[in-house]
Design a protein around this ligand. Structure first.
Ligand SMILES: O=C(O)C1=C[C@@H](OP(=O)(O)O)[C@@H](O)[C@H](O)C1
Ligand SMILES: C=C(OP(=O)(O)O)C(=O)O
Length: 432
């Protein structure tokens, strides 16, 4: 078939004409890359982040840490980081968070560890994403932070050291609140002892990822009690880390096997991982796919007939909310009803994802109900039309998944996928 130009807007998503057989090598994990960069900037010597993801979120992180005084060489595939050395260059820096939760939440604690003023801002929608709990926690831990209403824009006045200690937060809006405090906590004078008080924390695998990466660097973390994490003060060892492929960004590619009834292999799927995207193995199997590990990676084969043979899904996605847009798109195509629950927090992601999914899937004919904490989808006949992305990379993934099954889906601003994936549209259309 003739593939559409990747830069067209809205972008005519390619549609499969039969079972598709592909093996893909995916770019690195955003969550692993941005943690590795923060930890390298706070480490006791230079580090290398191997096979770093080169995308908007990770380049924003590299620039933010550079603004604080670290040196991040992003010229090759392996990024070399020389840590912060005490002062913000020029005594005043600006950090653009873009739409990256990891930049807005992980960088402010590090800003307290350098001397100088750091002003944070980001995309228009970023001013609506939750961050007030962290700013209040940083103040409680001895940092000077100015904000008008617990949101971007805000300013950190770094003094070069942070007293640290015990802090109680409500992390029910985002696991990144906890990760942010743990990542820098070893460098606080008294370390940090974070206690969560509130509704259950979402995306717990991401906190496990933070803890595992701290331990790799010699930092002691006590997570023996639920809802409490204590980081002992001390150095963060320099570390050379090879970044795994982004398993959450594998979702649309594995979904292509499900939709087409073909086979897609994602190379280098780790044997064990802290990435939330690993849950795709179970979710896709429950929808009727055959999932197997091979010597090459993870192989998924869709049901015979592709999306016409897909089963709906009853799933609590609280731990893996970032998979919800791709999973919801598959559920909209499935032949039995689906109930996706536990994901109220994804209303605070790049857009209100529950509202956006209900609106955009509904506009293509999906039978979808939006609930406070999830979605119900029932079998329906979908048609083409414009699928709006609300500047959300994972909404674009949902749009192209539906487009792979239904002719005439036009994905608006598919370029927003650059948040976590370089040239997604070019890569995607190359598979058809
Ligand atoms: O720490 C991280 O790298 C992330 C944590 C999760 O955030 P929430 O806890 O806000 O869902 C996840 O959805 C996001 O994509 C990345
Ligand atoms: C929620 C997400 O991103 P962020 O890191 O900006 O929170 C996401 O990628 O799905």
């Amino acid at each position: 078939m003739t593939t559409p130009a990747p830069h067209a807007d809205p972008w005519p998503a390619p549609t499969t004409t039969g079972p598709l057989d592909a093996t893909v090598t995916l770019p690195g994990s955003k969550s692993l890359t941005n943690r590795a960069l923060v930890l390298a900037a706070l480490a006791d010597g230079p580090s290398v982040v191997r096979r770093a993801l080169r995308s908007r979120d990770t380049l924003l992180m590299a620039r933010a840490l550079g603004a604080l005084g670290a040196s991040v060489d992003t010229s090759g595939d392996d990024w070399r980081v020389v840590p912060l050395d005490g002062g913000v260059p020029g005594e005043r820096a600006t950090v653009d968070c873009g739409l990256a939760g990891t930049v807005m939440r992980f960088v402010p604690p590090a800003a307290g560890l350098v001397r100088g003023r750091v002003d944070f801002d980001g995309d228009e929608h970023m001013r609506k994403r939750p961050v007030g709990e962290i700013l209040a926690a940083l103040r409680a831990l001895g940092m000077a932070v100015d904000d008008s209403d617990g949101a971007l824009p805000f300013t950190v006045h770094g003094t070069g050291s942070v007293p640290g200690g015990t802090v109680v937060i409500d992390a029910s809006a985002s696991s990144q609140f906890v990760s942010a405090l743990l990542l820098a906590g070893a460098r606080f004078e008294a370390g940090v002892d974070v206690r969560h008080d509130g509704k259950p924390i979402p995306s717990l695998p991401h906190i496990e990822m933070t803890i595992a990466m701290l331990r790799d660097r010699g930092v002691a973390v006590d997570d023996s009690d639920a809802n409490r994490w204590a980081v002992t003060p001390g150095p963060i060892a320099a570390y050379h880390e090879a970044i795994e492929p982004d398993l959450s960004n594998a979702a649309p590619f594995l979904a292509l096997a499900a939709v087409s009834g073909g086979t897609v292999t994602v190379r280098d799927w780790p044997a064990s991982t802290t990435q939330a995207g690993d849950a795709l193995r179970d979710l896709l199997a429950r929808m009727g796919c055959v999932v197997a590990r091979t010597t090459e990676g993870l192989r998924v084969t869709g049901p015979s007939g592709g999306w016409r043979g897909l089963q709906g899904l009853d799933a609590d996605l609280h731990d893996v909310g970032e998979l919800a847009p791709a999973v919801a798109a598959l559920c909209a195509l499935a032949q039995t009803p689906s109930h996706l629950t536990g994901i109220a927090h994804i209303r605070g992601h790049e857009t209100d994802r529950l509202a956006a999914l209900a609106t955009e899937l509904g506009a293509l004919g999906a039978d979808v109900d939006e609930h406070p904490d999830g979605l119900t989808l029932r079998p329906a006949t979908l048609t083409g039309g414009v699928f709006h992305t609300y500047a959300d990379h994972r909404m674009a993934h949902a749009g192209v998944i539906v487009g792979a099954a239904v002719p005439g889906v036009l994905v608006e601003n598919v370029a927003t996928t650059s948040k976590t994936f370089p040239d997604f549209a070019g890569f995607w259309s190359g598979l058809f």
